[in-house]
Design a protein around this ligand. Structure first.
Ligand SMILES: [Zn+2]
Length: 320
């Protein structure tokens, strides 16, 4: 009982703080704030040892309520695509900051100045040991690669080499990973590789209330040396998966019936089965037919010679 009450009051405190912080942020419709005045109250630059994790991290510069509902596009622009970095942030030396997990085990913003020196030189390792908030291992036939959720790096592995860092991994859909985030990460990686310049980057998961799965992710980036000429964006990417409804409070999910999986081919209806990828043809009962990707399967009711004439080779296993 007692423990329960303590937890509840902590939650209340957290909520109050979040509301306060949200109240202080600039609405996204407003013009970007003018540069901060000369650093009258700026802390001395020679602060001793860094003190990670004690100060509250900056809250997202966007309110979830201002984001339009998902309408078929993986991401939308925020603030006309202008990131909300301060002049001080843009002038910093290379750094990486990952907000500590909150009392619900959720990630906050990941913030870094990405450059050639932050990119990994080693091969990527496993992140399987990390269980981000709301994590469920669940497969659907309609999802590319089957798994609905990926452990999504906030700042991509290829940019900072952070691997199994629990402060940099959220429960994100395959769609968020590949359609919403990846194009923006690729743009930064390609730019840094081509120019050797640096990019200031902040990736912030946005949660509704106490939900464990983020509704989406805000991605902001701006190239430093060229003043944003190479890279400048501020977007919100939806943590959704077409055809699947997600309970963001728990991470549970279900098909919504709007997307159909490729129906498996009934091989028995055909004389042969073609693999349009390998250009082999098989007898319907060949075990290779079961292993074949449905996308590459095609029924064929012509003769053996007709299959050969279409450029298909007989399978070495079933020898049609
Ligand atoms: Zn075969």
């Amino acid at each position: 009982m007692r423990r329960h009450r303590v937890k509840a009051s902590l939650v209340g405190l957290f909520l109050a703080l979040s509301l306060l912080a949200l109240g202080c942020t600039t609405p996204m419709a407003e013009a970007p704030a003018p540069p901060a005045p000369p650093a009258a109250q700026a802390p001395p630059t020679s602060t001793p040892a860094p003190q990670p994790d004690v100060s509250p991290k900056p809250q997202p510069s966007v309110d979830l309520a201002s984001i339009p509902p998902y309408a078929g596009l993986p991401y939308v622009e925020i603030n006309s695509g202008t990131p909300s970095f301060s002049a001080e942030d843009l002038a910093r030396a290379p750094f990486e900051e990952y907000a500590p997990l909150d009392n619900l085990g959720r990630c906050g913003a990941a913030f870094a100045l990405v450059g050639p020196e932050t990119m990994p030189t080693e091969k990527r390792g496993s992140v399987g040991a990390v269980k981000p908030s709301g994590w469920h291992l669940v497969k659907y036939d309609i999802v590319d690669g089957k798994y609905l959720f990926n452990r999504c790096h906030l700042i991509a592995y290829r940019l900072t080499g952070e691997n199994a860092n629990e402060r940099n991994l959220i429960t994100g859909t395959r769609y968020l990973n590949t359609e919403g985030m990846s194009p923006h990460e690729t743009a930064v990686a390609d730019y840094v590789e081509a120019t050797g310049n640096h990019v200031l980057m902040r990736v912030t998961p946005l949660f509704e209330g106490e939900e464990l799965v983020a509704r989406g992710v805000q991605l902001e980036a701006r190239s430093v040396e060229d003043g944003g000429a190479g890279i400048s964006y501020n977007v919100y990417a939806y943590n959704v998966q077409p055809g699947i409804t997600i309970n963001y409070a728990t991470g549970e999910s279900a098909l919504d019936g709007t997307v159909e999986a490729d129906r498996p081919l009934d091989a028995t209806q055909y004389a042969y089965v073609l693999n349009t990828s390998t250009k082999r043809f098989h007898l319907p009962a060949c075990p290779s037919v079961d292993d074949m990707n449905e996308k590459n399967k095609q029924g064929f009711n012509g003769t053996r010679d007709e299959a050969l004439a279409q450029g298909y080779q007989p399978c070495g296993r079933c020898k049609p």
